[in-house]
Design a binder for this molecule. Structure first.
Ligand code: SF4
Length: 389
């Protein structure tokens, strides 16, 4: 990028002027990672100061049986496969109760599109989870699952959301978004939920008072222009509803060999690799710069590793997804040395070590607890340092 174009983009960012599609593509074409980081860090600091939010949550997948076969997915199993499972309601409650340590504030629940489970199962499981864990917020279901519930129940999404909210639903999850561009999408997605339905369902959720996350799966066969298009669609919807609370770029995971049976289920494996750490940091930075009306940008550390997670805090990110346990969607088969679990103390260390102030939040991004600013690095150097993978 020539110096004049760089200056033009800097002026836009520092004056708060909205960036265009062409600006987004130009930012992705820049190899100047520190420059991108500086711009994104300016925006991130304007919005969120030197705070980094995190939550204490657990992930629960009620079933891995799925009617779809999305090309990138290593999680789904077909009925009758050896390790296909579906939890009975009492099993789901017992599993959630097992996880109820460390003042858990959120359960994150996503599932396969089970071909025979009845719609009634889902509100029932929410009611029983809420009764067992009244202080825990239930963040459940992708827009894809909500559209699946429409299909199996014959009810419209509005009635489905009303019933789920009555049963304890606090938020949808942001999944099912992948990449909205149809040319790319038809190669990676096998379910029926595309932009029109994904946006319809999140719009409805926002109208009912829910705040929801939005995600983007990147680093597979898409090009940067598709990432720009994805974010601009979300930005436009956010102008309309204001209901997105966070944007989460999710790194496509390559090299999935299922540890249980040695199978490679990921059908994109032969066609692509995955985003490098530099590409991930660029994606965080450009996302922060383009998606100017979303309050937070999150790094889901499970998919990026702890080193990139720490660095991302200087590339527009101000939120780290919590103390995940059993994240099956990627941890079924990855071998990147990323842990399954981060406890509250681990997250405090990770954030403080990067020079930021940790703030524990709940599902709606309300502050649960503020922590002191970190001890300056120069003082910490007097003590042996904790080693982080
Ligand atoms: S991504 Fe979701 S809908 Fe697609 S195959 Fe996997 S579990 Fe099923």
């Amino acid at each position: 990028m020539d110096a004049g174009r760089k200056r033009e983009l800097e002026e836009k960012v520092y004056s708060g002027e909205r960036l265009t599609r062409e600006d987004g593509v130009a930012l992705y074409e820049s190899d100047d990672l520190t420059w991108l980081g500086r711009l994104a860090h300016h925006v991130r600091t304007e919005k969120n100061g030197d705070r980094v939010m995190f939550n204490v949550n657990r992930h629960l997948n009620l079933t891995n049986v799925c009617s779809a076969s999305c090309a990138y997915c290593s999680f789904q199993r077909k009925p009758g496969e050896k390790d296909a499972y579906t939890m009975r309601i009492h099993e789901a409650v017992a599993k959630a109760k097992e996880m109820e340590d460390e003042q858990l504030t959120e359960l994150h629940i996503v599932n396969g599109l089970h071909p025979t489970l009845p719609w009634r199962y889902y509100p029932k499981v929410l009611r029983e989870l809420k009764a067992a864990l009244p202080n825990v917020s239930l963040k459940c279901f992708t827009a894809t699952e909500i559209q699946w519930f429409e299909k199996i129940s014959g009810l419209p999404a509005s009635d489905i959301l009303d019933e789920l909210i009555d049963a304890g639903l606090a938020s949808l999850t942001g999944g099912g978004a992948e990449i909205f561009d149809w040319e790319v999408r038809q190669h990676i997605v096998d379910h029926a939920t595309h932009w029109e339905d994904w946006s319809r369902i999140h719009r409805l959720a926002h109208e009912k008072g829910l705040k929801t996350p939005a995600t983007m799966l990147y680093g597979h066969i898409e090009e940067p222009k598709h990432r720009v298009d994805h974010v601009l669609r979300l930005r436009e919807l956010q102008d309309e509803t204001g209901g997105f609370v966070v944007f989460i770029p999710l790194r496509y995971q390559h090299d999935f060999v299922d540890s249980a049976d040695g199978k490679v289920r990921n059908k994109l494996q032969a066609r692509t690799t995955m985003a490098s750490p530099a590409e991930s940091l660029k994606t965080f930075a450009v996302s922060r710069l383009l998606f100017d009306n979303v309050p937070h940008v999150k790094c889901f550390w499970v998919m990026h590793g702890l080193s990139v997670a720490q660095l991302s805090l200087n590339f527009g990110v101000d939120d780290l997804d919590g103390s995940v346990v059993e994240y099956k969607i990627t941890h079924d088969a990855d071998s990147y040395g990323t842990p399954n679990t981060m406890h509250r103390e681990d997250l405090l260390t990770l954030i403080g070590d990067a020079g930021f102030v940790p703030v524990e939040r709940n599902t709606r991004y309300e502050v649960v607890r503020e922590y002191p600013a970190p001890v300056p690095l120069a003082e910490r150097r007097k003590e042996p340092q904790q080693v982080i993978a």
